[in-house]
Design a protein around this ligand. Structure first.
Ligand SMILES: Cc1cc2nc3c(=O)[nH]c(=O)nc-3n(C[C@H](O)[C@H](O)[C@H](O)COP(=O)(O)OP(=O)(O)OC[C@H]3O[C@@H](n4cnc5c(N)ncnc54)[C@H](O)[C@@H]3O)c2cc1C
Length: 407
């Protein structure tokens, strides 16, 4: 029991918290990461898009992960809803936007291992403490964190990376709107007979997406969205029965499948904090925004938060928790967080909606993406990095190929 001091206190040792703490320490900030041990094994994988990979490379984390990550070169969407207004199948190929890959898919457990290994090399600049935070009290020139082990920590800036039930957010009195979807995601990994060729295939079904994402070798991860009742039944199925169901829903594109590891269900929820900051406090990752796994955006957004708060703090080196730093961070992240949350929510709701006009709107949207190369390239660039789509359109126009939309 004692009192500690640091410049930065990052609360929460999930993927976003670890990445944020490492980034602060690498910029020379005296950083403490409060990281209680996780309550359950994480069997999920994350599709890390290009800018996230670049960020992890800059942190010296990606080299520890590379051998366990698979490049994503093609993302394919297939309408398997069986509805009247069906959307066309569409493939996004990274080579169309001059990228070798959209990014890499890796198991969260492997990413966590790479982050923890890197954190351990940073010595006194990053102290990782296995303790939860019970309370946060804001003072004019800093904040005081009360830890579950009875000790306390004074910092200039508190970063709340403590997930969807964030104590930091609550103590900072930042309002948060939360909602649930009538869906759960069944998450599992599997080995398969045929090679995946770096292709991720998302089948859009009436209950939600069924998405296979490649892992190294003949292995893939699966995010299968169903009603909560069906998800509970699926989790309890005998492996052989479940394997047959998966092969059937994949239309046997990968041949026979064999389960590899646990089968877990995650109830799907959304949440959006009214602000990303309060005096002496900044929120990153799911403490600030939660949305369904469609489009692989969640952690990618969390890593952009991490990069942005550190960049803002570097600009206010003398006091990383001052109003100027927090305003810069809020301004840098607000638009991206709002637009991604809205986009993912709309797409998910459009899959659920059985109303014909909604089906038509989605079918028309996907038809346009399938038929119009510049629009598809815009969507791909924008999907990988916010703002990149518009720059790409500018380039198409400059190169005189803007007229391609006629084809
Ligand atoms: C099924 C599924 C699939 C997904 N797939 C993708 C994908 O492909 N790509 C993608 O980008 N995103 C994906 N996501 C989203 C991604 O998993 C999340 O964005 C990410 O895991 C959230 O990380 P986080 O660090 O913000 O929060 P969390 O992982 O929730 O971490 C919060 C941490 O804070 C700790 N904590 C909580 N309270 C306290 C406290 N009081 N004191 C100290 N510590 C505390 C917890 O122990 C935990 O370790 C997916 C999500 C789901 C549900």
């Amino acid at each position: 029991m004692g009192h500690l001091k640091a410049e930065i206190g990052v609360v929460g040792g999930g993927l976003a918290g670890y990445a944020t703490a490492i980034a602060f320490a690498l910029e020379g900030f005296d950083t403490v990461l409060l990281a209680p041990a996780p309550s359950r094994e994480d069997g999920r994988s994350t599709a890390l898009l290009g800018p996230s990979v670049a960020f992890l490379e800059s942190l010296g984390v990606f080299e520890g992960l590379r051998a366990k990550a698979e490049a994503l070169t093609v993302m394919r969407i297939i309408d398997d809803t069986g509805r009247l207004m069906r959307a066309p199948s569409i493939s996004f190929d990274s080579r169309e936007i001059d990228l070798a890959a959209f990014g890499f898919n890796a198991l969260n457990a492997d990413l966590m291992q790479a982050l923890a290994t890197r954190a351990a090399t940073l010595g006194e600049r990053l102290r990782v403490i296995d303790a939860s935070v019970d309370d946060v009290a804001v003072e004019p020139d800093g904040a005081l964190l009360r830890l579950g082990d009875g000790s306390s920590l004074s910092v200039a800036l508190v970063v709340g990376a403590d997930g969807r039930h964030s104590v930091v957010r609550e103590r900072a009195k930042i309002a948060c709107r939360a909602w649930s979807y009538p869906q759960s995601a069944i998450v599992l990994n599997f080995a398969h007979e045929r090679p995946h060729g770096g292709i991720s295939t998302e089948f859009h079904r009436t209950t939600g997406p069924f998405t296979q994402v490649p892992l190294p070798g003949r292995r893939s991860s699966l995010v299968w969205v169903e009603t909560p009742e069906t998800a509970d039944l699926v989790v309890d199925l005998k492996p052989e029965r479940l394997e047959r169901m998966i092969e059937e829903r994949l239309h046997s594109i990968l041949g026979a499948v064999t389960l590899d590891g646990p089968v877990q269900a995650f109830p799907l929820k959304g949440a959006s904090a009214a602000r990303l900051t309060a005096p002496r406090v900044a929120l990153v990752g799911e403490a600030a925004h939660v949305f369904p796994p469609i489009g692989a955006q969640g952690l990618n957004l969390g890593l952009r938060d991490a990069a942005a708060i550190v960049e803002a703090a570097v600009a206010g080196r003398d006091d990383p928790g001052c109003t100027m730093v927090l305003s810069r961070y809020e301004a840098a992240r607000r638009g991206d967080v709002m637009s991604r949350s809205l986009g993912v929510d709309l797409l998910n709701r459009s899959l659920l909606a059985s109303l014909l006009p909604t089906q038509a709107a989605r079918a028309v949207g996907l038809s346009a993406l399938a038929a119009i190369p510049w629009l598809r390239r815009f969507a791909m660039r924008e999907g990988v990095a916010p703002g990149a789509g518009l720059k790409g359109i500018g380039r198409s126009v400059r190169e005189g190929i803007g007229g391609e939309h006629a084809g």
